[in-house]
Write a protein that binds this ligand. Structure first.
Ligand SMILES: [Zn+2]
Length: 260
């Protein structure tokens, strides 16, 4: 039986949706860039199949049609290493897990794109910054254990209180920043990310919502929180890197590696 491979236009769509970053949340490597020759670009990523292209491959789904198997919906953009890893038969990655990677990654890219966050990082690197304040922002994130630790997500109200406190602290720090300065822009971007999370979950009663995989409200809350963590993690990691601030302990383990 032939392999239902992606054609080139489909691969292009998949790579664009991921903005050429590896979609593995622990990797996020950028898979495109310049070569030493001024005329050529370098590509180090590929579209991986969520469900395999042919029988016997990882996560093969006999119920899929050939068209479904070849469609962009069945593809995930990964760097070479991560592509090799998930393509091993015994990799242990389920189709649902890979779909969650893809969904979270695309949500994050949409957010970064919409909010011009990449511009704020450029500004940060332009050299005008205050190290004391930058360290304070990172320390603030490290303190919010309820936000990062997996266990506490089972108590949505605790997450809400933690984020609410974080918002107030960010507002306080903002008073020490010149309006429109690089640090100000970063704080505003973080505050907006958190506000959008609140907008998305305000329809749920967080005081009574509990971990229950059959409850659609819980699933929606969990997926919104995952997207928030990833977006904030990505911003803070790049922010800390650009200020050469080492990240500490448990907090660091929730951040994407190689996000720069
Ligand atoms: Zn990767």
């Amino acid at each position: 039986m032939p392999r239902d491979n992606f054609n080139q236009p489909t691969k292009t769509e998949i790579s664009l949706r991921a903005a050429h970053f590896c979609s593995n949340p622990r990797c996020l490597r950028l898979t495109a860039g310049p070569r030493s020759s001024v005329l050529r670009g370098l590509a180090t990523g590929d579209a991986a199949h969520i469900c395999a292209a042919s029988p016997g491959g990882p996560r093969f789904d006999a119920d899929q049609s050939e068209a479904e198997r070849r469609s962009a919906a069945n593809g995930l953009w990964l760097c070479r290493e991560c592509g090799d890893m998930v393509d091993k038969d015994d990799s242990g990655y389920s189709a649902d897990e890979l779909r969650a990677w893809k969904q979270d990654h695309e949500a994050m890219i949409a957010e970064v794109r919409q909010r011009g966050w990449s511009r704020s990082i450029e500004l940060l690197r332009s050299g005008q910054n205050s190290p004391g304040l930058a360290r304070e922002i990172v320390a603030l994130m490290e303190d919010r254990r309820a936000f990062w630790a997996r266990f506490d997500a089972e108590f949505p109200d605790r997450v809400r209180m933690s984020l609410d406190g974080l918002r107030h602290e960010l507002t306080r720090l903002r008073r020490d920043c010149a309006p429109g300065s690089p640090l100000d822009i970063v704080i505003v971007a973080l505050a907006q990310t958190i506000r959008r999370f609140f907008d998305a979950v305000e329809k749920f009663d967080l005081t009574t919502l509990r971990c229950d995989s059959r409850n659609p409200n819980w699933l929606a809350f969990e997926s919104t929180l995952r997207a928030l963590r990833k977006s904030v993690g990505f911003q803070i990691k790049a922010f800390a890197d650009s200020h050469s601030i080492p990240l500490q302990g448990e907090f660091a383990s929730y951040l994407p590696e190689g996000a720069n």
